[in-house]
Design a protein around this ligand. Structure first.
Ligand code: URA
Length: 235
């Protein structure tokens, strides 16, 4: 692949002409040697390319764990609100990146951003039933009966039937965890509404078997490495 094309495919914050200018200025190295030719051919699988001293790790697909803050929308479209794609660092902005699954604007936590459409489909498809775990804070104390209600497959407003889900009460009577195997619109909020309660804070803390990194600050993201990508699909 051409060097300039390779760099702009991995770094969509840099246009092709930015890349060409950077190469001319001697800011790009290939296997440790400064290069000046934008049309140089490289083997993207076996070459270390650095831009401004920062190595570009070539990966066919990118998988990011974002700790989404409230106030940010899971969309790729520009609108009035800040989107998850607006808040990731430039080095991760590449073509085709999108949020695999949505959280409400006021919900925090784990959003997977990827350009791997097949994996996203496997996680999101209603038939795959990959579990998503949520930490919930409620307006009123939870009741012992909630576990059975979630387990039995609740009906939420409008007569929609939910798949069996797992409810676990927390030490505080206002806090709990819920594991869902599907993703209906506002589902966690609507399930608690059906029980006469109200969600006042919601955070997704796990997708499949992969927990949100506890040390990842709100608004920041990290790259999910190969062995952990498998865990996203664990039932
Ligand atoms: N359920 C909700 O109600 N909101 C979310 O963002 C995710 C699950």
């Amino acid at each position: 692949m051409r060097l300039d094309r390779f760099i702009s495919s991995q770094r969509t914050d840099l246009s092709r002409s930015d890349v060409k200018a950077m190469i001319k200025k001697g800011l790009v190295s290939v296997d440790g040697t400064l290069v000046k030719k934008a049309d140089m051919q490289i083997d993207e699988n076996n070459t270390i390319v650095s831009v401004n001293g920062e190595e570009i790790a070539y990966r066919r697909f990118l998988y990011l764990m974002l700790n989404k803050p409230a106030g940010v929308v899971c969309s790729t479209k520009e609108g009035e609100s800040l989107t998850v794609l607006d808040i990731i660092p430039g080095k991760y902005r590449r073509q085709g990146l999108f949020p695999a699954g949505r959280l409400d604007k006021d919900t925090e936590g784990f959003v997977l951003l990827t350009d791997d459409g097949q994996l996203a489909h496997r996680i999101l498809s209603p038939r795959s039933h990959v579990p998503k775990t949520y930490f919930v804070r409620l307006e009123k104390p939870w009741e012992e009966s909630y576990a059975e209600s979630f387990e039995s497959g609740m009906e939420i407003d409008g007569g929609e039937k939910c798949l069996p889900a797992v409810f676990t009460g927390g030490e505080s009577r206002y806090e709990c965890r819920v594991v869902l195997r599907e993703g209906k619109f506002h589902q966690v909020k609507r399930m608690f509404e059906a029980l006469g309660n109200k969600v006042v804070y919601l955070k997704r803390v796990k997708i499949g078997d992969l927990p949100l990194d506890e040390n990842l600050p709100l608004g920041e993201c990290l790259e999910i490495m190969h062995k952990d990508v498998e865990r996203l699909q664990t039932q």
